[in-house]
Design a protein around this ligand. Structure first.
Ligand code: PGA
Length: 258
């Protein structure tokens, strides 16, 4: 049965004191937690080791928000899958729309990153999603198909167990405009059907597809209840400990499967 995952993408936020407070709070709380969902947090790179140390006794996974696809070398400012693995982190986001739009990351680079992470044994959360313009022009499925096709090029069926997908419509990220559960479910189903055609029914049934884009305490219940939504990738609301805990609690209670 596929995993339900609640992930927090902190982006470029929090000072060291704020990071300490958050991890202290979540590590105490998490010990009483039912664990029907996996918790995953993507802090800024400079806090990864602190997070791993503070959450050592907890069941919370820590990942990075981006990597470069080479192993080592003259790539100023970058970090590699080998480096993150060496400090004990086993997850990376790839292809977030902010990377694609602000830093001009192409589908080809997304694919190089996915392949580099997989070959190093790091789990990938690959983000896909259409802009508002693309949705209004009726191109949502075409865009998703292209991002999936390029992003997962040369990926073999056995590699798919290390891949999680996140559907994040760009118009819903940080805007307060969440996709309705129906709109999100439609896109998730399209993605699962695409995976089924490309990698087979069993892999499609097992892969977790997260929704991201203005998830909050007030809308997670209806999103998580959708058949093809296997959790959330949460930006703004994951920065507030109380909201993040509440989102996890509601998700635990409303997971739409046994
Ligand atoms: P948001 O961000 O929850 O603040 O909309 C989601 C994301 O970018 O992953």
């Amino acid at each position: 049965m596929r995993k339900i995952i609640i992930a927090g993408n902190w982006k470029m936020n929090k000072t060291l004191d704020e990071v300490n407070d958050f991890f202290k709070g979540i590590s105490e709380w998490e010990k009483d937690f039912e664990h029907r969902c996996q918790i995953l947090i993507f802090p800024s790179n400079i806090y990864i080791q602190i997070a791993l140390k503070m959450l050592d006794e907890n069941n919370i996974d820590i990942g990075v928000q981006n990597i470069y696809y080479k192993d080592f070398g003259a790539y100023t400012g970058e970090i590699s899958p080998k480096m993150i693995l060496s400090i004990g982190s086993k997850y990376s986001l790839v292809g977030h729309s902010e990377r694609r739009n602000i830093f001009h990351e192409t589908d080809e680079e997304v694919n190089l990153k996915v392949k580099s992470l997989i070959s190093n044994g790091v789990n990938v959360v690959m983000c896909v999603g259409e802009t508002e313009e693309e949705r209004e022009a009726g191109k949502t499925e075409k865009v998703l198909e292209q991002q999936l096709n390029y992003g997962l090029k040369d990926i073999l069926p056995p590699d798919m167990k290390n891949i999680i997908l996140a559907y994040e419509p760009v118009w819903a990220i940080g805007t307060g405009r969440t996709a309705t559960p129906e709109i999100a479910e439609q896109a998730h189903k399209f993605i699962r059907d695409w995976i089924s055609q490309k990698f087979g029914k069993n892999i499609a049934a097992e892969i977790s597809i997260l929704y991201g884009g203005s998830i909050k305490v007030s809308n997670i219940r209806d999103l998580i209840a959708q058949e093809d939504i296997d959790g959330g990738l949460i930006g703004g609301a994951s920065l507030k400990l109380e909201d993040f805990k509440e989102i996890i609690k509601i998700s635990e209670k409303n997971i739409n499967r046994q």
